[in-house]
Design a protein around this ligand. Sequence first.
Ligand SMILES: NC(=O)c1ccc[n+]([C@@H]2O[C@H](COP(=O)([O-])OP(=O)(O)OC[C@H]3O[C@@H](n4cnc5c(N)ncnc54)[C@H](O)[C@@H]3O)[C@@H](O)[C@H]2O)c1
Length: 394
Amino acid sequence: MPLSLVLICQVCTTQHKHKNSFVFKFCGFLKLRNTRCTPAYGCQPLTVAARNISFSPRQVTSDASFHSASFSDTDHPRVLITGGLGQLGVGLAKLLRKRFGKYNVILSDIRKPPSNVFHSGPFIYADILDYKNLREIVVNNRITWLVHYSALLSAIGEANVSLARAVNITGLHNILDIAAEHGLRLFVPSTIGAFGPTSPRNPTPDVCVQRPRTIYGVSKVHAELMGEYYHHRYGLDFRCLRYPGIISADSNPGGGTTDYAVQIFHDAFKSGKFECNLKPDTRLPMMYIDDCLRATLEVMEAPADTLSMRTYNINAMSFTPEELAQELQKQMPELEVTYDVDLVRQAIADSWPMNFDDSNARKDWSWKHDYDLPELVQTMLNYFSTDACLARAN
Ligand SMILES: NC(=O)c1ccc[n+]([C@@H]2O[C@H](COP(=O)([O-])OP(=O)(O)OC[C@H]3O[C@@H](n4cnc5c(N)ncnc54)[C@H](O)[C@@H]3O)[C@@H](O)[C@H]2O)c1
């Protein structure tokens, strides 16, 4: 005869009637003195991770909605961007503010913002290593989307492994817990650097061997896996894109291996000379910043049922320093390019994908890039010539 027994879950305090005596006998009985909800009891899985003494999981019931019960579908998301003063954050804030309103997007960092950024919309200090401060920001500002940009990039990370480990791994743990506890939609970018020398390199598919050899890469594989784990375990709405090297005109790169592709434009306009720190035939996937930011918005807005996976490659083009220089020299024939290879960066680049297979992103949520190499070069040249003209006029 099946037993019917009511147990009180010690985690979420919900009373659960056990439907299945077999499950009770072989699972519940053993756990009678420390009963927790588990799918084996026919209950919902736990919605939050018990984190530390300052967090009481009893604040969130097991049937809490992860898509913010207090906001209707017509409300705009309330977005927090961490690490927002780097190469990508200010541009993303601009794009999101255009769509969701200036006051619905908060930029944050541990650095002091330049005055144009400070006056362009809400800015707040947020150290991702300070869990309580992060939680306060999320609660006080009724945040519903979190874009997690804080990181130490590949070359900088190799120069300071323990800081990279703290920021890229411990910081991510804080972000995951905050996002799970407060039912946020979470975006964490990954990178071509999440692959290594044993991954297929041309092209690199979404799912394959990932054995990166940098702390940056290791931390990004960790982020992909932890985000996907939280999604499966707690229902966290985790979304992740593996960005290629990003090229932008009005923001400086933050110490990555693909920085040369931005620096060449700055130096071409400043001195007409460029010394490249990678070999001329080093092929890497690249993307113009507008495509990258639009992809981020698109994947965040994509209906959940269109996402067959939680971590996608995205791509636009793939070129070598020599090919980029040749494209630039079509319009600046006087540009002199020389090569002085940085062995650390070269070793990193040689272990990374040469080209990305992003067919799943194109199929699932209609990803499509706008900028190829000639278009990218033309756009950068237009920006720098206007900038140079303005500087001369002032
Ligand atoms: N830029 C690229 O080419 C590229 C390519 C692939 C992936 N990504 C990823 O996109 C994200 C943004 O990249 P980016 O180029 O803007 O990076 P960036 O290095 O330019 O900026 C990172 C920001 O993080 C901040 N930061 C550092 N420690 C922090 C802490 N403890 N708390 C809060 N903020 C902290 C820094 O002050 C900096 O402003 C990163 O996660 C990066 O891994 C970037």
